[in-house]
Design a protein around this ligand. Sequence first.
Ligand code: G
Ligand code: MN
Length: 392
Amino acid sequence: MSDHSAESTAENKATVLLVEDNEELRAGFERLMARLGYAVDTAPNGVAALDRIAHREYDAILSDIAMPEMDGIQLLRKLRERNGIIPFIVLTGEPTVTTAAQALELGAFRYLTKPLSYADLKDTLHKAICYHRVARAKASAAELLGNGMGPGDRATLEATFARALGSLWVAFQPIVSLKKKVVLGYEALLRSREPALPHPGAMLEAAERLGQLDLLGRTIRRRAATDMVSAHPSALLFVNLHVRDLADPTLLDPDEPLSKIASRVVLEITERAALDEVGDVRVRVATLRQMGFRVAIDDLGAGYSGLASFAQLEPEVVKLDMSLVRDVHQSATKQKIVRSMARLTDEMDLMVVAEGVETRAELDMLSSLGCDIFQGYYFAKPGPPLPSVNWG
Ligand code: G
Ligand code: MN
């Protein structure tokens, strides 16, 4: 590839839409991008940009924030509702924490500040366009192989997912110590009012198919932290992480609402997924610990990975999967596993939580096997308001 035409071939020039209200800057950037080998269209605000986008397919959008009629954030929001994959680069002369957070939450590719060097412009556009081409290639491969979505399906799923995200709420379920008769904390559980994505598993799957797991994870974490801060001043907050959330930089951002209450947060990482999807798990987890977070292995007993996750995460908390809890009083094998887990975690000084306790019989058996900390419908169903506990 020649230096001047990073993504262009004679018949196939990558096309960039530049959205900028300042005429001088617009002309300047247009010239720079043309020099980089791109075909450039321009628009002076979000409304004009939407009109251009309706008539032509772009490989990337570079947009200012402060503009008359429709600003860059509003434009990004509109596009998010329709097309998930055009890379959107924000370029602002007045960076603020709020617009940066909004832009990233809406899935902006980069948040850049003016003045922008030629090298940074070149590098960012190059990455954005490569990323877009990979995303498009993946979409056509999936279509070809028949296990993906056609463009119609995709648009429908995007719209459904956007509605689910818009109506997302967080339910809280108590985690209790039976001996002490206290609520130690609450697990935050994802819920939405979108009927087409009725349970959290369906929402996570949609997010994964649309490449929007990061966005979903950030939204839940922010909501869970904010709701918990206003509902309870001190209880622990248990938050589920998808393995891939470990790679999301916002998790390490000290300005995030969850980071601000890190010392009362337990991050639950499921046994069900393979940790090796993410590089440097140990380093990332060590950083989270330095910030004050604790780590739980979730769904222990349901996974395949044996002790690998233990060694990598060195958790402070272990949550026994409800498949071990269900009818534990009727299964000698389950009793044996739970007893040895309770003994081991006691030796390692870990907190063990038995999840999904539904009946008195299960509870009595678990207690006799050495468990004291429980979560499940027997004590309380998830709610808001923060549910009160039935102590039996
Ligand atoms: O994978 P994780 O442990 O995060 O899943 C928790 C899920 O289990 C939540 O969706 C919650 O509503 C559900 N749950 C909580 N308590 C019980 C219970 O006692 N029985 C059953 N069947 N489900 C439960
Ligand atoms: Mn959990």
